[in-house]
Design a protein around this ligand. Sequence first.
Ligand SMILES: NC(=O)c1ccc[n+]([C@@H]2O[C@H](COP(=O)([O-])OP(=O)(O)OC[C@H]3O[C@@H](n4cnc5c(N)ncnc54)[C@H](OP(=O)(O)O)[C@@H]3O)[C@@H](O)[C@H]2O)c1
Length: 282
Amino acid sequence: MENNKYLVLGGTGKTGRRVVQRLEALGHEVRVASRSSEPSFDWSKPEGWEAVLEGMDKAYVAYYPDLAVPGSKEAITKLVEVAERTGLKKMVILSGRGEPEAQECELIALNSNINTVVVRVDWFMQNFSEYFFLDPIKAGVLAAPKAETKIPFIDLDDVADVALKALLEDRITNEVLELTGPDLINFEEVVEEISKATGRDIQYIPVSIEEYTQMLRDHKVPEDFIWLITYLFTNVLDGRNASTTNNIEIILGRPAKSFSTFAKEIAATGVWDVAIPETAGE
Ligand SMILES: NC(=O)c1ccc[n+]([C@@H]2O[C@H](COP(=O)([O-])OP(=O)(O)OC[C@H]3O[C@@H](n4cnc5c(N)ncnc54)[C@H](OP(=O)(O)O)[C@@H]3O)[C@@H](O)[C@H]2O)c1
């Protein structure tokens, strides 16, 4: 077996964790990096990055919180500089589809001396099972803007399988892999699929972006997260991504996971179950 050492930035997150599992299952040596690792990797503390990259051959990079936020270009420029200095050979970077700022970051990495593969993906299905849409689904009411927008939601196991291949295989080199799921669906259809899979009556309520941000404020959501969500709803979920690609099938030799299969699998784990409160006095 090749004896490359793998670094996973954001290795405890939704995509990074899945990449780490796959590399370790194949017996590869993996350094999982985030603020909680030793050595620690913090996107706001570039002085610590060299120690994390030192001795690493290939890296999976999930930027946090999003390549669309101000400061991401400077961070990727600096990361590439450190990676070139420490001799990184290949970098697989996660990017967001339809985000002009993210595409600028991709170019910084692609134009470097490091063999870069961009895994450019659409909205995660796991936003409903591991992220900010989980609580509304559990509560039985998903209020969100952009009712009309069709989104080709993507499964993170598919993303991780592609990222793994991109890390391991020399034939995947210096390119952008644009990935989507197979179905174009809107939020109402998402909620219908989850209702069907769970047997629960979950409602979708269309709201304006202003109403949505006010709801987030009422729930004391941090302002920088509200900024990001507002940006995504305004600038990305405007229909620009209402098309699918078949790159997952081409790369993996099997179809991408559909939302209905995802919903059935997640429903079976119980993640979407609602705890029934104990009746007082029992
Ligand atoms: N959600 C979507 O639908 C979607 C779609 C397309 C692209 N993306 C992209 O996905 C990326 C996020 O990836 P993900 O979902 O796999 O990650 P995630 O689940 O959000 O996890 C974040 C990871 O980054 C680490 N982290 C958090 N703050 C950090 C900081 N200041 N410095 C260094 N590490 C930090 C976390 O670990 P610690 O807390 O231990 O530091 C964790 O490992 C973003 O770039 C986003 O643009 C998301």
